[in-house]
Design a protein around this ligand. Structure first.
Ligand SMILES: [Zn+2]
Length: 273
């Protein structure tokens, strides 16, 4: 499942390739991805020009001129791939968008996903994106901001980090090493965190996510050009490393159950208390 690093990388590549292009045609085999009937979707999108592409959490925001957004969420996973005018497009793609210069992109969803079209003035009324918390890579995400977010919260730290309303973009992949770097057990209650631990967690969030962005995202996901990211299993510290030695102390990494998700921890570096 793509998380913040993968979506950040794809959105940057989309921005580079699509800026200034005008939408010519759209084909969609699975209208359930859309937030309106397919005919209306095509009518609304056709002729509009891409102004910018950005991302927030796991959502891609394509800003269109005049005054619309195309919002894309890749769900449990998908390939969103750029194509040139002379290139064959993947047959399993459910969505295909072509620009007037004959380039475009296709999307093949593995399970579910969304492609929503919304007028700029209605963006605050969108079903999903207005509830998203701040992106941890946003320049406004300061340690002060993080402390304020944590205040009054009564859940465990892992539950907090995975809730997209608090911070947008962290999922069960990167959360493992974030907690390990901060030396926190996933079940630690937020109220028990010391000032020092909060600061360590703040830095760990940024370190882990930015390290993967620099490498182009996870190796099990494809970017906009169909290339795999360079963040491989070797780059994980404890994530998905059951039985392997902790890079800090050598203790065997354990896979434990935390609520509805699996967690990978070093029992010595991340004591439950
Ligand atoms: Zn350890």
């Amino acid at each position: 499942m793509p998380e913040l690093p993968e979506i950040t990388v794809i959105a940057k590549q989309m921005n580079k390739e699509l800026k200034g292009k005008r939408i010519a045609t759209i084909e969609e085999k699975q209208p359930k991805h859309l937030n309106m009937p397919i005919r209306k979707f095509i009518q609304t999108a056709k002729g509009k020009t891409v102004e910018t592409v950005s991302s927030k959490g796991k959502w891609i925001f394509i800003k269109l001129q005049p005054a619309h957004y195309m919002l894309i969420n890749l769900g449990m996973g998908a390939e969103i791939l750029y194509y040139q005018s002379n290139q064959k497009t993947p047959e399993n793609a459910q969505f295909k968008l072509a620009f007037t210069d004959k380039t475009g992109f296709t999307i093949h969803f593995w399970w579910f996903g969304y492609i929503h079209l919304i007028a700029q003035k209605d963006l605050a009324k969108h079903k999903f994106t207005p509830q998203l918390g701040i992106s941890p890579t946003d320049k406004n995400f300061t340690s002060e901001h993080f402390k304020n977010l944590l205040a009054q919260k009564k859940t465990t730290i892992k539950t907090f980090l995975l809730d997209q309303k608090n911070l947008a973009g962290i999922g069960n992949v990167y959360v493992q090493d974030i907690l390990f770097k901060a030396k926190l057990h996933p079940n630690r209650k937020i109220q028990t965190l010391t000032e020092k631990e909060t600061e360590a967690l703040y830095r760990a969030i940024q370190n882990v996510l930015n390290a993967s962005i620099k490498l182009g995202g996870a190796a099990f996901e494809l970017d906009f050009y169909g290339k795999k990211g360079k963040f491989t299993a070797d780059n994980f510290l404890v994530g998905y490393k059951t039985g392997k030695p902790c890079p800090q102390c050598g203790t065997a990494v354990q896979k434990i159950r935390t609520g509805s998700t699996a967690s990978y921890i070093c029992p010595k570096c991340q004591p439950e208390r």
